[in-house]
Write a protein that binds this ligand. Structure first.
Ligand code: PRP
Length: 190
């Protein structure tokens, strides 16, 4: 039986079976950083009509909070790539499951990810997006696992650099669960 100790306090933890997840980034810390990023994007895209493209499913919470902190007219769209399934390790393959609705030709595009791990998804996305010839293309990710990066990708906006460990919460799942946690938790490997 899963045990869920509430909220964002440092002493809380989550048990998934016999695996223990401990706090990594609190709700407050995430919200403060998202606000900063929103402020930065507001300045940098002033006078433009950017389109924010969330990569489903993980980015939906970050994207939602981020755009609420951007004081500009903007558009939002989503697409979906194949997932890791229930494994904690990247499969090394990417497949498009839901295509983009918007025409991004000549648009200022910001790709929004919850996490960049090996960089495979972002590499695939960047190449795909470039083929539609946007006016500009940038990438924003809440989390960046620098030590896990295997592909040469350019990330323009990073919320937090985190260790190469499995994390859940704030959009990130374990077998599709725990995305609704307000804070981010890390697998305690001790
Ligand atoms: C996660 C995350 C990124 C990708 C990062 O998605 O949202 O898209 O993995 O890993 P990479 O840098 O090694 O490619 P996932 O496939 O788990 O699907 P989800 O967003 O539906 O959870």
């Amino acid at each position: 039986m899963d045990e869920l100790k509430s909220g964002s306090h440092a002493e809380d933890y989550i048990l998934v079976g016999n695996e223990k997840f401990i706090p990594l980034l609190s709700d407050e810390k995430i919200q403060a950083r998202v606000k900063e990023l929103g402020g930065q994007l507001t300045k940098e895209y002033k006078g433009k009509l950017p389109i924010f493209i969330g990569v489903l499913n993980g980015s939906f919470i970050f994207l939602s909070d981020l755009v609420k902190n951007i004081n500009l007219k903007l558009e939002i769209d989503f697409f979906k790539l194949s997932s890791y399934g229930e494994s904690k390790i990247s499969s090394g393959k990417v497949k498009m499951l839901k295509e983009l609705n918007a025409d991004i030709n000549d648009r200022h595009v910001i790709i929004v990810e919850d996490i960049v791990d090996t960089g495979l998804s972002i590499k695939y996305i960047e190449e795909l997006m470039e083929s539609f010839k946007p006016a500009s293309l940038k990438v924003a990710t809440l989390l960046f696992k620098k030590e896990a990066l295997k592909y040469d990708v350019k990330i323009d906006y990073i919320g937090f650099e985190i260790p190469n460990k499995f994390v859940i919460g704030y959009g990130l799942d374990y077998a599709q669960r725990y995305r609704n946690l307000r804070s981010i938790y890390v697998l305690n490997e001790e």
